[in-house]
Design a protein around this ligand. Structure first.
Ligand code: HGY
Ligand code: MN
Ligand code: MN
Length: 411
C-alpha cells in the first residue's frame, strides 16, 4: 500500500458519527450535549473508550481536554488533529464530532496499514468549544494553548449558575495532566463549513484561510415592572423594549456595514416574562463577527453608543459583560497550501474561504502551523438538528486530512 493510496473508511467513520449521535440524542433528531453535562460525560466516555480500543495513550488534563496519542518512532511533538464533541442545545451529528472521529479514523487506517510514523499522531477533543453553557467558547483549547488561565476558566459560572470546576469534578473529567503539556508540532482540524458557500459553489473541500473575529457581550437591562394596562407610555421604563431595540439595532448595523459583518441576538430573557407586566429586567446577548478587526471594533462601538442612548431615553440602567473576544486569525500559509495541493492530488475541487465560526484550531494557530479543512453543510445549516454532510463529502475531507497527517508525521 503506497502512502498516496491510503484512504479512510467512510462507512466506519459515518458509523461512529451515528453511534456518538445516539448520546444525548434529541427526540426529533439531532443532539444535545452541552459542555460538562451528563450527556457530555457520556459522549466523553464513548470517545475515550474508542481511543483506548485503538491503542492510544489517553491523557486528560486539568480542564478536561482529552488527547489520545499514537506513539511515533521518535519522541517528538505530535502531529495533532482534533475538534470538540460538546454541542449546542440543538446540535447536529457533525459540528466538532467530525473532526475528532475523523482523527480516530486516521488512527485506525494507520493501524490497519501497520504504518509507523516518525512523529507521534495525536487526536484531541477540547472542553467546551461551543461556549453555549459556559463562556467563552473554545475554552478548553484556549487553556490548552495558554490563552486563558486555568483558574479563570474554573471560576466561570454557566447559564445555570454552576462553575466549570464543579462540573468538571462532578463528571469526573478534571484530569491529572497539567494543562499545556501537548504542544503540537502542527495542528489540523476537519470541520463542517456550517454555512452555504461550498454547497452553493458545488465544491467538496474548503481550504480554510483563517477564522473571523468574534465579539460576545451580555447586557443586563434593569427597568421598572409595571401594569401593562394602567401605565401611560410616558411613564414606562421598559427593559423588554430596550432588549428588543438592541436586536433590531444589531440587524441594522450588520445590514448597514454589509460585507462580512454579522450580528446575532441569541439570548433575550425577560423578567417576569408575563403578558401583562412591563418587563423589570432583560438579559440580552449580542454576537458580532467580522473578518476585519477594525470593522469589528466599529460594529462594537456602534452597538455600545446605541445602547447608551436607548437606555438614557427609556430611563433604564444597563450593565455589560464581555463573554468572549477573539481577533481574526490567519492560518499557516504553507499548511493551507498543503491542504489545497493534497485535495487537488486526490481529485477534489477546492476553494479558499474564511471560517465564519470559531474553532479550536484558532487557539493553536499562534503556537504551531495550523490549518483547517471544510466540507459542505447541506442548505448551509448548522447549530440545528438538521445539520448534514453527505458520506462522499465526509470521505473527501477525511482523505485530505489523512494525507495531511501522514505527510507531516513521516517527516
Ligand atoms: O460560536 C462559534 O462560532 C462556535 O460554534 N463555538
Ligand atoms: Mn464546531
Ligand atoms: Mn458549533
Amino acid at each position: 500500500m503506497t502512502i498516496s493510496n491510503l484512504r479512510i473508511d467512510p462507512d466506519r467513520l459515518m458509523a461512529r458519527l451515528r453511534a456518538l449521535g445516539q448520546v444525548g440524542a434529541l427526540a426529533g433528531g439531532g443532539v444535545c450535549r452541552l459542555a460538562l453535562s451528563d450527556e457530555d460525560k457520556a459522549g466523553r466516555d464513548v470517545v475515550t473508550g474508542w481511543m483506548r480500543e485503538l491503542g492510544l495513550d489517553v491523557a486528560i488534563d486539568a480542564i478536561g481536554n482529552v488527547v489520545g496519542t499514537r506513539a511515533g518512532e521518535e519522541n517528538l511533538p505530535a502531529v495533532m488533529v482534533g475538534s470538540h464533541i460538546d454541542t449546542v442545545r440543538t446540535g447536529g451529528l457533525f459540528d466538532g464530532n467530525l473532526g475528532v472521529l475523523a482523527g480516530l479514523e486516521i488512527i485506525a487506517v494507520l493501524n490497519d496499514a501497520g504504518l509507523s510514523t516518525r512523529r507521534p499522531v495525536a487526536v484531541g477533543f477540547f472542553t467546551n468549544e461551543e461556549g453555549a453553557r459556559f463562556a467563552p467558547d473554545m475554552m478548553g483549547s484556549a487553556v490548552h494553548q495558554g490563552f486563558l488561565g486555568l483558574e479563570e476558566a474554573y471560576q466561570v459560572r454557566g447559564i445555570d449558575g454552576v462553575t466549570v470546576r464543579d462540573e468538571l469534578q462532578r463528571i469526573g473529567y478534571l484530569g491529572p495532566e497539567p494543562v499545556g503539556q501537548h504542544r503540537a508540532h502542527c495542528y489540523f482540524e476537519l470541520h463542517v463549513e456550517q454555512g452555504p458557500v461550498l454547497e452553493e459553489k458545488s465544491v467538496p473541500v474548503g481550504v480554510v484561510e483563517g477564522v473571523q473575529g468574534i465579539s460576545w457581550t451580555q447586557y443586563r437591562i434593569i427597568g421598572v415592572s409595571n401594569h401593562a394596562g394602567t401605565t401611560p407610555m410616558r411613564l414606562r421604563h421598559d427593559a423588554g423594549y430596550v432588549a428588543a431595540a438592541i436586536a433590531c439595532e444589531a440587524r441594522r448595523i450588520a445590514n448597514q456595514m454589509g460585507g462580512d459583518q454579522v450580528a446575532t441576538v441569541g439570548v433575550n430573557e425577560l423578567t417576569p416574562n408575563l403578558i401583562n407586566v412591563i418587563a423589570a429586567e432583560a438579559l440580552v446577548t449580542v454576537d458580532l463577527r467580522n473578518t476585519d478587526e477594525e470593522k469589528l471594533k466599529h460594529a462594537e462601538a456602534l452597538m455600545a453608543d446605541f445602547i447608551e442612548t436607548a437606555a438614557r431615553n427609556e430611563g433604564v440602567s444597563v450593565s455589560s459583560q464581555v463573554l468572549a473576544r477573539f481577533e481574526p486569525v490567519v492560518f499557516d500559509r504553507e499548511k493551507v497550501d498543503s491542504v489545497e495541493r493534497l485535495a487537488d492530488q486526490l481529485g477534489h475541487k477546492t476553494m479558499r474561504l474564511p471560517s465564519g465560526a470559531g474553532h479550536d484550531a484558532q487557539m493553536f494557530a499562534p503556537n504551531c502551523p495550523t490549518a483547517m479543512i471544510f466540507v459542505p453543510s447541506r442548505d448551509g445549516i448548522s447549530h440545528n438538528i438538521n445539520e448534514y454532510t453527505a458520506p462522499e463529502e465526509v470521505a473527501a475531507g477525511g482523505d485530505v486530512l489523512l494525507q495531511l497527517v501522514v505527510e507531516n508525521a513521516l517527516k
